[in-house]
Design a protein around this ligand. Structure first.
Ligand SMILES: NC(=O)c1ccc[n+]([C@@H]2O[C@H](COP(=O)([O-])OP(=O)(O)OC[C@H]3O[C@@H](n4cnc5c(N)ncnc54)[C@H](OP(=O)(O)O)[C@@H]3O)[C@@H](O)[C@H]2O)c1
Length: 335
């Protein structure tokens, strides 16, 4: 029996989770929700998804010629688990609805850890969500930090970590945010990224700052780590080359910026040109006097997608071994 998955909020993250669920053999999409009869709603129906809408909005969709299968409450009653990919601000209301329907739910990194009390990253804490009713897949940036910091901490110990996040200002499909010709520092310090890493690795010391820049394709992190044990640059390169969902690239191969990283993702033939891995510049890794320096790039629209699949498996008790679930997800998604 396949696990029945519903997607609440079929946007940037929601549509990608739907595609990734379709690629797995132990789960299936039973429906997706949309509140407005936009082109995305029409596309969802065209792709064969059953579309559910809030009560009272049915007529808007009918008028737009978009076929609906029922209301959101109908979907919540049919699914084993809902992957909630709505923008921030709606979680409390939906949580009550999920509780009433007795359905499991996963939220995304836009929500606070306090909503679920459990945050998820497949590499770092797969088992914490085992059988849980509610969990939260951490944000794209936090996922990126956990993918490299967890293996580093396990092997060498992370005594202290300083991160500067250079953040994309909007997603490629957005026209609503900026800046479009400026660099905007986050003045609420330290930024929420350090505490968010601690929602999964509470023992780790991470200090974060962030600036937004006029780019849409990826975030970049500049990371400095004081290691607990001696390691060479080569040791860290070897560790990252084996770390799950981490990809090494080299400037000498022509990958000088996020532009070439995303071109590589498109050349790899991934759905929507996505780069699910965290990309680390091999020739940008350096250990000196016990300090490790490295840069990594995060494809914000897609790095959390395989994490959502593994989170479904953990919460629905499909596969107990994290490595086995991750390998299955990655095989199906071509990672
Ligand atoms: N984009 C990223 O880079 C990124 C990365 C990692 C995590 N996240 C997190 O993922 C979550 C979703 O972000 P996103 O970027 O996918 O947002 P998005 O592209 O704006 O998509 C959200 C979708 O939710 C729908 N929606 C709006 N209000 C709704 C409501 N009341 N009930 C149900 N659906 C509603 C919207 O469509 P309609 O209005 O047409 O219904 C929209 O398609 C957030 O928590 C975000 O922080 C985002």
């Amino acid at each position: 029996m396949k696990v029945k998955v519903g997607i609440n909020g079929y946007g940037t993250i929601g549509k990608r989770v739907a595609t990734a669920v379709d690629q797995q053999d132990d789960m299936e999409i039973v429906g997706v929700t949309k509140t407005r009869p936009s082109f995305e709603a029409a596309m969802a129906v065209k792709l064969g998804y059953r579309l559910y809408v809030p009560e009272g909005r049915e007529e808007d969709f009918r008028k737009a010629g978009i076929k609906i299968a029922g209301t959101v409450t109908d979907l919540f009653g049919k699914a084993d688990i809902i992957v909630d990919c709505t923008p921030g601000g709606f979680a409390d209301g939906y949580k009550r609805m999920f509780e009433e329907a007795g359905v499991k739910a996963i939220w995304q990194g836009g929500e606070d850890h306090s909503l679920t009390g459990i945050s998820f990253n497949a590499t770092a804490n797969y088992k914490e969500s085992w059988g849980a009713q509610f969990s939260r897949v951490v944000s794209c940036n936090t996922t990126g930090l956990l993918r490299t910091l967890y293996p580093l901490d396990k092997k060498y110990g992370v005594e202290d970590c300083y991160v500067t996040l250079i953040r994309r200002s909007a997603d490629p499909g957005d026209s609503k945010t900026g800046p479009i010709n400026a660099v905007e520092p986050s003045t609420k310090l330290p930024t929420h990224h350090g505490p968010d890493v601690q929602s999964v690795m509470p023992w780790i010391k991470v200090h974060s700052m962030a600036v937004k820049v006029p780019t849409t394709i990826m975030h970049v992190h500049a990371i400095t780590v004081r290691l607990g044990k001696d390691a060479t640059t080569e040791d860290v390169v070897k560790l990252f080359s084996k770390a799950p969902r981490v990809k090494l690239v080299r400037t000498k191969d022509g990958v000088k910026s996020t532009a070439e990283v995303m071109e590589m993702a498109r050349d790899m033939g991934r759905s929507r040109g996505d780069m699910f891995e965290i990309v680390v510049w091999e020739d940008g890794i350096k250990v000196e006097d016990g300090m490790l320096y490295y840069y990594q790039a995060v494809h914000q629209e897609s790095d959390v997608i395989p994490e959502n699949i593994d989170c479904i498996r953990s919460m629905c008790k499909l596969i107990e071994d994290p490595a086995e679930s991750m390998a299955k997800t990655d095989r199906a998604m071509g990672i």
